[in-house]
Design a protein around this ligand. Sequence first.
Ligand SMILES: [Zn+2]
Length: 326
Amino acid sequence: MNYCSCSADLTNLKKQLPWLREVDKFALQNSLKDLDTAYQNFFRELKKNNKKQGLPKFKSKHNHKQSYRTTFTNNNIEIKNGKIKLPKLGWVKIVLSRNIQGRILNCTVTKTKSGKYFVSVCCTYVEIKKYYKTDNAIGIDLGIKGFITTSDGEIIDNPKYLIKLEERLKKEQRKLAKKQKGSKNWNKQCIRLARIYEKITNQRIDFLQKLSTRLIRENQIICLEDLSVKCMVQNHRLAKAISDVSWSKFTRMLEYKALWHDRIIQKIDRFYPSSQLCSVCGYKNDNVKDLSIREWICPQCDTKHDRDINAAINILNEGLRMLNVA
Ligand SMILES: [Zn+2]
């Protein structure tokens, strides 16, 4: 059954099941469209013998994230005076995070685990004002202690408020463990946890957004390691560090912002020994493989290195070298 036959079926079902008429009709149609896309993807990949693509998954009403998508037609969606008009719901008070540009295409209404509602508004493409060209190039090393270190010698740490909040999360998690599963207090504690967790996620994304925007604005070329996170997480010592710093999210942000502003992101092979090479004379010091070594002196040219800054400089040089070849 494709979308058309499902949609025809829906019209019949609506006659039998009155509750289907209670909801926004676009919500139902869009779900059927998504299902159709999922099946088309499945069959397309099946032909290619790609076994990774699975069948569409059933959504549960107990899912932690609930959402539906509605489509714009005949001004059924409007934003005015701190309110949004949605089909079937009418005018709903909102806090507008930024002004809408372009024409509205559709809206997704989401309820988070902690019970908050969000509407994301998808609009037509609006030309982005590009940043001015610069001559700056920078290398970035994913830190073990901090978040990142740049070839300019700047060390950017994970924000303190995040670390504090993560400690609180641990505390509240311990409290949850002591409560009886399914009880009223247990449920209350679950919501409290969800709220903290959401706050951590939001704050981290905010931190990554601001940092990636700044790096893109200040630099024409950004060189970084091509870390396959899947590979890294298997390495237990680094596992926490990697997932904590959300490196992959950060690189994705850099990549799409680079496209917006005509910047270049150059990725370095993850087997390139950026920490072990001396950025001054090129001597390879195998001892630096030990992650606990934060500083070292090059036995060949006597330069004193900070582990991460040296690595970032090497990443920059290697990236520039690759760009010249290409
Ligand atoms: Zn050296």
